[in-house]
Write a protein that binds this ligand. Structure first.
Ligand code: HEC
Ligand code: HEC
Ligand code: HEC
Ligand code: HEC
Ligand code: HEC
Length: 220
């Protein structure tokens, strides 16, 4: 073993250990970093699915509209994960023998819905509403990242209270025009119409006396 480590790396290891044991400040800093890291919030997390569905392929390359599958985004709180028959409108003709799609075909025959494991999840005591955001210029990408480039879905944002409130305090720069809501990266080139729609939305929020940072907005 001794040949594997040079004397210098031994000294370094001892110094690091001593630092760890002796320094409550360091330990606090490490603790604070872990508390804010993706390990705790789930940010960046992938989830196993029975079918490896690719958004990059379907929403990106094939260009299928988010709303074709997530039918709730403009009308209700729940975005909706599509049922089997949505997949089968294409896959009864395309890729009909693919092993990857076997669970989809079985679900159609048995009538048992496919089980998709949740990627983004808030605690039950938090109220969230998709259409309140999507109809007011907050694009999917603000919270879900550049989905059109994701082969597998991952949790793009921390979904913590601090993260929600940071936008609610001053959302103007995060609002885009309705035409750009479903783009993968709408913030990259903010247009004049994005800014105009953002100003209009901010004026409407003020006019209706909405206080987006009130506790009762998200806890009701
Ligand atoms: C062909 C259907 C289809 C299209 C089009 C589609 N999705 Fe999805 N989406 C799914 C399926 C199936 C799942 C569940 C599997 C998964 O999480 O990958 C899903 C999951 C998601 C999730 C994660 C849900 C959770 O569990 O938290 C997000 C976010 C999402 N889609 C956003 C989008 C966005 C944004 C677009 C448009 C750019 C889009 N999707 C287009 C089918 C689709
Ligand atoms: C509008 C048509 C359409 C719909 C709806 C659709 N797909 Fe596809 N899917 C395709 C096409 C086209 C391909 C093959 C693309 C290629 O290889 O060029 C494909 C390929 C696949 C593949 C093979 C791997 C890959 O990504 O290439 C899987 C798995 C898959 N789809 C799952 C699903 C699931 C699950 C749903 C429902 C949530 C769904 N698809 C809905 C058109 C569709
Ligand atoms: C302001 C942030 C935000 C925006 C904008 C947003 N989402 Fe979500 N999305 C979330 C959160 C938070 C959850 C988890 C909700 C929960 O657990 O109650 C979620 C969950 C989902 C789910 C899982 C099903 C559900 O409703 O819980 C899908 C699918 C989804 N989003 C798709 C989309 C699509 C597509 C768009 C754009 C049209 C979009 N989201 C816009 C924050 C957002
Ligand atoms: C990128 C900015 C952004 C993020 C992130 C965001 N929101 Fe919002 N949210 C808004 C805007 C803008 C509105 C106001 C829409 C309007 O009323 O015109 C809003 C409205 C809402 C409303 C509806 C208020 C009402 O009175 O109808 C709820 C509930 C809400 N947000 C909850 C959340 C929660 C919970 C999170 C975190 C999981 C979150 N939001 C994250 C921008 C954001
Ligand atoms: C814009 C949405 C939003 C607003 C406004 C908001 N919260 Fe929260 N709150 C959340 C979310 C999201 C969580 C869940 C955080 C998590 O799971 O990490 C949460 C969690 C909490 C928790 C659980 C403990 C914790 O910190 O994780 C408490 C307590 C709480 N909020 C109190 C409040 C109070 C008091 C106010 C008003 C001053 C408030 N919240 C305003 C979104 C909000």
């Amino acid at each position: 073993m001794s040949q594997l480590f040079s004397p210098a790396s031994n000294t370094l290891a001892r110094a690091t250990l001593a630092g760890l044991i002796l320094s409550p400040v360091l330990i606090f800093l490490i603790g604070a970093t872990v508390a804010r890291s993706g390990f705790v919030t789930g940010q960046g997390r992938f989830v196993d699915q029975v079918v490896p569905f690719s958004h990059k392929h379907h929403a990106g390359e094939l260009g299928i509209d988010c709303r074709y599958c997530h039918t709730g985004v403009e009308t209700q709180a729940d975005a909706v994960v599509p049922p089997t028959h949505t997949c089968m409108t294409c896959h009864s003709q395309l890729y009909t023998d693919a092993d990857m799609l076997a669970p989809v075909r079985e679900s159609l025959v048995s009538g048992k819905p496919l089980v998709w494991n949740r990627v983004n999840r808030l605690p039950d005591y938090v109220y969230f509403d998709h259409h309140a955001h999507v109809n007011n210029g907050v694009p999917c990408a603000a919270c879900h990242g550049d989905v059109k480039r994701m082969p597998l879905m991952r949790q793009a944002a921390p979904l913590s209270m601090g993260w929600c409130v940071a936008c609610h305090k001053d959302p103007e720069d995060r609002i885009v025009s309705p035409a750009r809501e479903f783009e993968g990266a709408p913030y990259v080139d903010r247009t004049a119409s994005d800014r105009a729609f953002a100003r209009q939305t901010m004026a409407a929020i003020a006019h209706h006396g909405r206080h987006l940072t009130d506790c009762s907005t998200c806890h009701r």
